[in-house]
Ligand binder design. Structure first.
Ligand SMILES: C[S@@+](CC[C@H](N)C(=O)[O-])C[C@H]1O[C@@H](n2cnc3c(N)ncnc32)[C@H](O)[C@@H]1O
Length: 236
């Protein structure tokens, strides 16, 4: 007997870029149907972070931006299977979206986890992190908004921390230790699960924009290296 795969209607979560005017900035309330603090994830992959964070913080709305339409759809499916109404997934390139479509000072947090490293020299320009992206994130974050970054690639981490250090609005924050997963889905993202199971080092950093009434004083250091890999998480 052949098994039929159930098709999930993802229209409640997966956004259709064609249905949004190309240049108009997003209106968060109409995108989500509710007015809540917004968090953005750049490069959501299969959506583990969106599903976990969306369920842990129902008082926030989450926008995942994923270049691959296939992964964007998988992420939307995962979110809907978790019964979440506070997550949307945008299939497309995060860079023009951050540059033009995100209203100023309207985002509580931006997450970029395990961005593609594009190892070859001639491919490095495809990396998502650039001075322009960092400036876009700094503009999009609200006062006291935070940028969270993680990668397993030390060289790329150095590039990211240097780019952020050049943006005077950000100050580096202490990164809490990685939590020990209690089960297979209890990781930050799919790539974090993969790399921790492989025993790789993970480099993480968080940066905060000043409070509205704070004097801007850049306090930047080269970024923390976190290698907190004790314990044997379950696979499955
Ligand atoms: C290495 S994967 C990491 C996925 C997920 N963050 C994780 O940790 O499991 C990087 C993801 O970023 C997406 N990506 C790459 N460039 C992007 C861009 N410019 N805008 C949005 N997503 C992008 C890729 O399609 C891929 O799914």
């Amino acid at each position: 007997m052949t098994r039929r795969r159930l098709t999930i209607d993802v229209s409640g979560c997966l956004l259709e870029p064609e249905q949004h005017s190309e240049e108009a900035p997003f209106r968060w309330e109409s995108l989500f149907g509710t007015e809540k603090p917004v968090e953005i994830e750049i490069g959501s992959g299969k959506g583990l972070f969106l599903a976990s964070a969306g369920s842990a913080r129902p008082e926030h709305n989450f926008l995942g931006i994923e270049l691959s339409r296939k992964y964007a759809r998988l992420a939307a499916q995962r979110v809907l299977k978790s019964g979440l109404a506070n997550v949307r997934v945008w299939p497309g390139d995060a860079r023009p979206l951050l540059l033009r479509r995100i209203p100023d000072a309207s985002v509580r947090a931006v997450h970029v986890y395990f961005p593609d490293p594009w190892w070859k020299k001639r491919h490095k320009k495809r990396r998502v992190f650039s001075a322009e992206l960092v400036a876009s994130i700094a503009r999009a974050l609200e006062p006291a908004g935070v940028l969270h970054v993680a990668t397993d690639v030390q060289e790329y981490f150095g590039v990211i921390t240097a780019l952020v250090a050049a943006e005077p609005l950000f100050s580096e924050q202490l990164v809490p230790p990685m939590k020990e997963p209690e089960h297979d889905l209890d990781y930050l993202t799919n790539f974090e699960r993969k790399f921790r199971l492989e025993g790789r080092d993970i480099y993480r950093a968080s940066y905060m924009k000043p409070q509205a009434d704070e004097v801007t004083t850049p306090v930047l250091s080269p970024g923390a290296v976190v290698s907190d890999l004790a314990g044997e998480p379950q696979d499955g």
